[in-house]
Ligand binder design. Structure first.
Ligand code: NAP
Length: 293
């Protein structure tokens, strides 16, 4: 079994981006700039956004963090998005999800200029991805593709089973794995809450991608011998031995499943670090006007 080391891979990608940014700056080019909008004080969201800002600093990007209390109105948020759309200093920006219930997330996402939508959530980018046109790919599925690529994992003709159909992970992942490019060319099954006999499907997977948020959902008896298992799940579970009081758990029963796999991602240190690296990659593409010229 080979461990798919997302942390190390993410560091390599970030070093590559940092080298390119240094070159851009040395040639007198503009420093790429990522802005992040954070609403409220949810512990997970605060950590994710802080990590994104720190990563920007580490690789030489400019960054700005715009924070609002969770009482912010939809109108105020939409005005800020309009401002960021028009700000030539900002190459790309994200609005950290989830948003409070009184704000319509779809309306917020659709207000972002697709050219600056480095999260790849705007319907224009989703549509372009489906059509095989240049687009910002959502960071988590893009990170998984990058991991498969950097470990030279064969995907052509393989049966890929994706559990979860969210707009940010499961659905784009299933589409990308079926595309006629590498990594892709797989036959894809997508499973969700109403899938009957989940184990029947997962046992047929050469590549199993799990994005649910239910610790331990995938047990060893659900996995085929030699499968590649990608665990996207990250759930905070109480852990009194940790200073933070919690630890992260994936959707896969790692200890027992790992023995059967050819490759597997750990949690933490698997998909998570790649998500940030791919957001930075999208921001670099935005600065270079690589997706929309
Ligand atoms: P989500 O929007 O809640 O979607 C979860 C999906 O799992 C839904 O499609 C749901 O089906 C399906 N599901 C729920 N219970 C199931 C069951 N028992 N059997 C089969 N399918 C089931 O979650 P998400 O945003 O995609 O995130 C999924 C997990 O990945 C979470 O733990 C999240 O924290 C993590 N995540 C990690 C990263 C990272 O960077 N590592 C990034 C994003 C998300 P229905 O559609 O039928 O409800």
């Amino acid at each position: 079994m080979t461990l798919l080391d997302g942390k190390k891979t993410s560091e390599v990608i970030q070093d590559e981006i940092a080298a390119e940014v240094a070159q851009i700056k040395a040639n007198g080019g503009k420093t790429p700039h990522l802005a992040a909008v954070l609403v409220g004080n949810d512990g997970g969201s605060v950590t994710y956004v802080n990590n994104k800002v720190l990563t920007c600093e580490r690789i030489g990007f400019g960054s700005s963090l715009i924070r609002y209390e969770d009482t912010v109105t939809e109108e105020e948020l939409l005005n800020k998005i309009k401002e960021l759309n028009e700000d030539e200093g900002v190459d790309g920006f994200i609005v950290q999800l989830p948003l409070p219930k009184h704000i319509n997330s779809n309306k917020v996402i659709e207000a972002i200029d697709p050219k600056k939508d480095v999260d790849g959530f705007h319907p224009t980018n989703v549509g372009r991805m489906v059509a095989g046109l240049p687009a910002y790919l959502p960071a988590t599925p893009a990170g998984i593709l990058e991991l498969l690529k950097r470990y030279n994992i064969e995907t052509l003709g393989k049966h890929c089973v994706v559990i979860g159909r969210s707009n940010i992970v499961g659905t784009p992942m299933s589409i990308l794995m079926s595309k006629c490019s590498y990594p892709g060319e797989s036959t894809v099954t997508i499973c969700h809450r109403n899938t009957v006999n989940l184990a029947h499907h997962t046992r047929q997977a050469d590549i199993l991608i799990v994005a649910v948020g239910k610790p331990g959902l995938v047990t060893a008896d659900m996995v085929k011998e030699g499968a590649v298992v990608i665990d996207v799940g990250t759930t905070r579970v109480p852990d009194a031995s940790r200073k933070s009081g919690f630890r992260l758990r994936g959707d896969v029963d790692f200890e027992n499943v790992a023995e059967k796999c050819s490759y597997i991602t750990p949690v933490p240190g698997g998909v998570g670090p790649l998500t940030i690296a791919m957001l930075m990659m999208n921001t670099l593409k935005a600065a270079k006007k690589e997706v929309y010229s």
